[in-house]
Ligand binder design. Sequence first.
Ligand code: NI
Length: 246
Amino acid sequence: MQLALSTWQEVEDALRKSDGIIIPIGSVEQHGPNGLIGTDHLCAEVVAKGVGDATGCLVAPTLAYGMSQHHLGFTGSATLRPSTLMLVVRDVVQSLAVHGLRKFFFINGHGGNVATVTAAFDELYALKSLGQLDPAVRCRMTFWSGGPRGKALADELYAGVNGNHATAAEVSLAQYYQPEAIKHAQMTPKVAPTAPQFFEAADYRARFPDGRIGSDPSQSSPVHGKRLYDAAVADMVDAYEAFLAY
Ligand code: NI
């Protein structure tokens, strides 16, 4: 049940059955030569919608922009500063909590969001302790690709070359979701370089010239994407139900 496609009366009815909601979150950033700028939020969104279809739970509109400062060396990338993203997460959770929502399950598509969103959760918990937010509010964030089925399938499909950014798996899932936007590109080297650390955008661009890290997304396909979608939805249904019951 998508919040954006519901009336307020329908949301009231839904709240009588559950106080949980799923919030997809991603980024607007480069994903290499054949990956879409929206890859991270498209992946989070399609999986979140799938969980909504499977369980009937509420799914909030996607938080498309994320913390992507390290991608600003590539055209089309945009970032929220960490301080901005923390305020966005806090305001969305606080607003929805006014209406009785208590369990906020973020399905994430972007590693760069983790530190900031985790800090935003701590801000919210501080508000609880200060008496400014309902004590029953709980938040969790998990990667759409982080469950056991999704991990096993990515290993099976792309052993050793799924990579860390512009991964073969996320490019495949986005191809499944948006088949009319599939891109083809030559990539050299075939498997992108890796590095133990990178810093700001200029350093990232110097280390990873075409944007990829450790991946070979030339292997991506919408057929793989469908399989990854099914695996991720099953994983996230389990994770969401465990969160509600925790
Ligand atoms: Ni990504």
